[in-house]
Write a protein that binds this ligand. Structure first.
Ligand SMILES: Nc1ncnc2c1ncn2[C@@H]1O[C@H](COP(=O)(O)OP(=O)(O)OP(=O)(O)O)[C@@H](O)[C@H]1O
Length: 294
């Protein structure tokens, strides 16, 4: 496979304590990869090491075919969006983007494109503090798009957003991957968010890789998922009426998910239409479940 990122056996320690223990991560050209794990699992550290922004204590990393720690030009064509975007507060977003584009030698038409691609139209004359959390994240994505990246890395881009904003930002990232061919690495502590964006997901738990595979693989291997919902008894009843094996277990509703994943998605949508809010979906599998607990 033609890869933009290949990390093998990455080890990272802080004060002698391993926070990444022989972790592999690979992103193919044009691929959308998810990285999931609870807080403190090591997602940000793995992303920093992969970009050459933190030194590794072991293993190998190739970003665009180069070791990013030794050769910063490995990061050319890579756009990065962090959890808490931080843009200047004093000027309208469009002016900030124009000055950022001028610094990197990007054309003014690229600013218009980035604003459109990030879905910021109608908000470009607002200053950063005037934007909602979701629009702030879109502004950060527009900023990352100025350099015409071929690979976009988004570290927990949804963690401070409300459910609607989360969906929109993820839809935007998925569109950048599908319609514009950007390779994508996106992290989250909620697996269900990544199911529709990523075609392959790495599950990180306690600095180790707990699982890796397509969403279908992960669900098939787990066999069971636990839904946290606003109304477990109604959720279990509706799922059973749709032909699923489902029971309440005190923590939520445990449902068998070894069939086609689209049926499960449709069932989740149906719950939503019936007024049952799905707050989270965790895979029930040793290791993976632990990783999802955050
Ligand atoms: N600069 C640092 N110095 C010491 N320890 C650190 C440093 N950065 C991260 N850690 C520790 O490394 C572990 C992994 O942190 P990391 O931020 O990579 O996890 P994460 O999965 O991204 O979590 P979060 O969702 O909270 O961002 C944590 O135990 C964290 O406390």
């Amino acid at each position: 496979m033609d890869t933009v990122l290949e990390a093998r056996g990455v080890v990272k320690k802080y004060r002698g304590q391993p926070v990444l223990d022989r972790v592999d991560l690979e992103v193919g050209r044009g691929e959308a990869v998810g990285l999931v794990g609870p807080n403190g699992a090591g997602k940000t550290t793995l992303i920093k090491v992969s970009l050459g922004l933190a030194r590794r204590d072991g293993g190998r990393v190739l970003l665009n075919g180069l070791d990013p720690w030794r050769e910063p030009r490995a990061r050319e064509g890579v756009g990065v969006v962090f959890e808490r975007p931080n843009l200047p507060s004093s000027m309208p977003v469009v002016e900030f983007l124009e000055s950022a584009a001028a610094i990197i030698g990007s054309s003014p038409s690229r600013v218009d494109w980035a604003i459109r691609a990030a879905g910021l139209e109608g908000h470009e004359w607002k200053t950063f503090p005037q934007l909602s959390a979701g629009l702030k994240q879109r502004a950060a994505i527009a900023h990352a798009l100025l350099g015409e990246p071929r690979f976009l890395v988004a570290d927990e881009p949804t963690s401070n957003l409300d459910p609607l904003e989360r969906r929109e930002v993820l839809r935007l990232l998925a569109r950048l991957n599908r319609e514009h061919g950007l390779s994508l690495l996106v992290s989250s502590h909620v697996i269900v968010e990544l199911l529709r964006v990523a075609t392959r997901i790495y599950v990180l738990a306690g600095g180790r890789l707990a699982a890796e595979g397509s969403p279908e693989d992960l669900f098939r291997r787990a066999g069971l998922a636990r839904l946290r919902t606003s109304n477990p008894s109604l959720a279990a009843e509706l799922l059973r009426s749709l032909g699923f094996e489902a029971r309440e277990d005190g923590l939520g509703v445990v449902v068998r998910v070894d069939g086609p994943l689209h049926r499960f998605y449709e069932a989740l949508a149906r719950l939503g239409r019936e007024g049952v809010e799905v707050l989270g979906v965790d895979l029930v599998e040793p290791g993976v479940e632990e990783a999802m607990a955050g």
